[in-house]
Design a protein around this ligand. Structure first.
Ligand SMILES: [Zn+2]
Length: 278
């Protein structure tokens, strides 16, 4: 069964169109623009439009369908996620850090980068969870369903060719979901994923800034977003040295605060068990 929320956006759209139309009709029929019912219907329409726009641009979208961005739990667990790889040398450096710390993480790989670095992609998949992050990292929020489908399928194909794995999770580039993105991912057998805390590390802030932003925002059941690549760019244009430098301290601080580390599917399982305890 499709999630009920997949239909919620239609109600919002009807409110938006209906509110605007009713306010327009009342004004055309001679009611003062500032009369209470006209203002109320126009307000409802504007609010619905605002909600629809916000939900398209939110990594925690709910209006257009389910996007997993944290687990509702009091357990001190967190999922580390890295986007836009694989990208030499940063992905390999992260693998070494994670290996040293005995942690498994989740990497949302860009198909084009997987084609460029198939061995690195396979190395990631042999130890960690891999998710689909499209083929060329485009903005998909206003794209047609066929474009979304092509991006997701080509991403799956590249990852499968290199690693033998077929991801069951998808994160949209830039975090902007639309109804056609969520429904297409679901049709292709992937659950959509957002995040609960990020460090704006694409702007290459200093290591301590990245550390502070992540550590300040982590809560039990959280999903962190950092980057081991930059879109479809390769080294040296994609410079993730600050992020890589920040990760050891982030892990050690979280461990010192009693946090354990799960992959995204493990965190999703934890959430599901919490809702349906056996
Ligand atoms: Zn990305």
């Amino acid at each position: 069964m499709r999630h009920l929320r997949a239909h919620a956006w239609k109600i919002a759209a009807a409110t938006a169109v209906g509110g605007a139309a009713l306010a327009g009709l009342r004004t055309a029929a001679g009611s003062p623009v500032r009369s209470a019912p006209t203002v109320a219907t126009a307000g409802a329409g504007i609010a619905a439009v605002g909600l629809m726009a916000y939900e398209r641009l939110s990594p925690r979208s709910w209006l257009y369908g389910p996007v997993f961005w944290h687990a509702r739990t009091t357990e001190r667990v967190v999922a580390l996620t890295f986007d836009d790889g694989p990208c030499h040398p940063y992905t390999g450096q992260l693998l070494e850090i994670l290996d040293r710390e005995g942690i498994r993480a989740t990497f949302f790989q860009v198909g084009n980068n997987v084609r460029r670095e198939p061995k690195l992609a396979a190395e990631v998949a042999s130890q960690h969870e891999v998710g689909n992050h499209t083929f060329t990292h485009p903005h998909l929020v206003w794209s047609r369903p066929c474009t979304v489908r092509e991006q997701l399928l080509r991403g799956q194909e590249a990852i499968h060719d290199a690693t033998g794995a077929l991801p069951g999770i998808f994160r949209v580039p830039h975090g902007w979901y639309g109804p056609q993105v969520i429904s297409t991912a679901e049709e292709l057998g992937m659950r959509c994923v957002g995040w609960s805390v990020m460090a704006w590390d694409w702007d290459r802030p200093q290591r301590d800034v990245i550390q502070r932003r992540i550590l300040r925002g982590v809560r039990p059941g959280g999903v962190t977003l950092l980057h081991d690549g930059q879109g479809t760019d390769a080294f040296p244009k994609a410079d993730r040295s600050h992020t890589v430098a920040a990760v050891p301290h982030i892990i050690r601080s979280l461990k010192a605060n009693g946090y354990g580390f799960l992959t995204l599917p493990e965190l999703m399982d934890l959430e599901a068990r919490g809702r349906h305890p056996r």
